[in-house]
Design a protein around this ligand. Structure first.
Ligand SMILES: C[S@@+](CC[C@H](N)C(=O)[O-])C[C@H]1O[C@@H](n2cnc3c(N)ncnc32)[C@H](O)[C@@H]1O
Length: 290
């Protein structure tokens, strides 16, 4: 999986197959403990990816068993946040997959122009790059003033970073290229100011954005939206959990509304496929028909 930077090689020592079954059972108990004590439900996340993260945390903190890790999670104040940080994979970019934003600009935006108020939900927005990208696109298309953007993530620290809208200067080259490839019409540097380390995105871009912590697994619907973007999040969920979250999206999307997924995600295999039209199939943009 491209978003998974942890190198398996580092884990081989701990990943001894003779203890595989026991480790898996301990991971079950760890996830059960996280859920029952803290309310964070990772029980239906793709197991291989979680397992790598658990083993990596044990290696970094020199913890001999998953049970010892569970002990720390339950009894050492604040330790749980470390594990939650490990489970939240925040890799993102502005105008990530520029062709998605190009399709959004040229295919979806014309369908939204007649609305007096447009509500867009960025579910799993990580540190906000996707939201600022959308805010820029909508400003350029003259729709910003009548749009409300709802930016949510389960990770509170990521949401705090999203609110700041400050990103390392060294990323601006990639972001600028993505912006231009996505059909951006201005000079990208007009949207931020800099010091020697960071680029600070213009506060006007945040004017119509509401940032909030929201967990797709355990929290419900909170509005009706014309657009829901949930890109590169469902890839971490098993099929049953994907289906559950698609129920949430279907119930939260207005008829005729648009659902945008990540480049490796699809609803085609799920029973929800029949209620959506493939609006821009190559970019995983679907339209709710009923
Ligand atoms: C790889 S980032 C995707 C960011 C952005 N959507 C993009 O495509 O660039 C995945 C994000 O999903 C969030 N996430 C994972 N499980 C979640 C859940 N149950 N509810 C809400 N957000 C979740 C993670 O915290 C992380 O910030």
């Amino acid at each position: 999986m491209e978003m998974d930077p942890i190198v398996d090689q580092e884990l081989i020592e701990l990943d001894d197959s003779s203890t595989d079954e026991l480790t898996n059972m301990e991971i079950d108990l760890l996830l059960e403990g996280l859920y029952r004590w803290y309310g964070f439900d990772f029980r239906q996340y793709v197991r291989a990816s979680l397992r790598r993260r658990v083993l990596n945390r044990m290696r970094l903190d020199r913890i001999p068993t998953v049970t010892a890790l569970l002990n720390l999670v339950l009894h050492e104040p604040g330790y749980v946040d470390r594990l939650l940080g490990d489970f939240s994979i925040k890799v993102t970019e502005m105008f990530r997959d520029p062709s998605f934003f190009r399709a959004f600009r040229y295919n979806v935006v014309p369908q939204l122009r007649h609305l007096s108020e447009i509500r867009i939900w960025h579910a799993g927005c990580a540190t906000g790059e996707e939201v600022y990208s959308m805010a820029i696109l909508l400003q350029e298309e003259g729709l910003a003033d009548r749009t409300k953007l709802y930016a949510t993530d389960m990770n509170e620290k990521a949401i705090e970073a999203a609110k700041r809208g400050a990103y390392p200067l060294k990323q601006m080259q990639t972001f600028t290229k993505n912006y231009l490839d996505s059909g951006g019409t201005n000079s990208f540097s007009e949207y931020y100011t800099t010091d020697h380390k960071q680029a600070y995105f213009d506060a006007s871009l945040r004017e119509h954005v509401m940032f909030a912590q929201h967990n797709l697994v355990t929290d419900g619907s909170f509005n009706e939206f014309h657009v829901i973007l949930c890109r590169n999040v469902l890839i971490y969920f098993d099929a049953a959990l994907q289906s559950q979250v698609h129920n949430l999206f279907h119930g939260s999307l207005s008829t005729g509304g648009f659902l945008g997924l990540g480049s490796k995600e699809s609803i085609l295999l799920l029973h929800h496929a029949s209620v959506y039209e493939e609006f821009v199939p190559t970019e995983r943009i679907y339209r709710k028909m009923r």
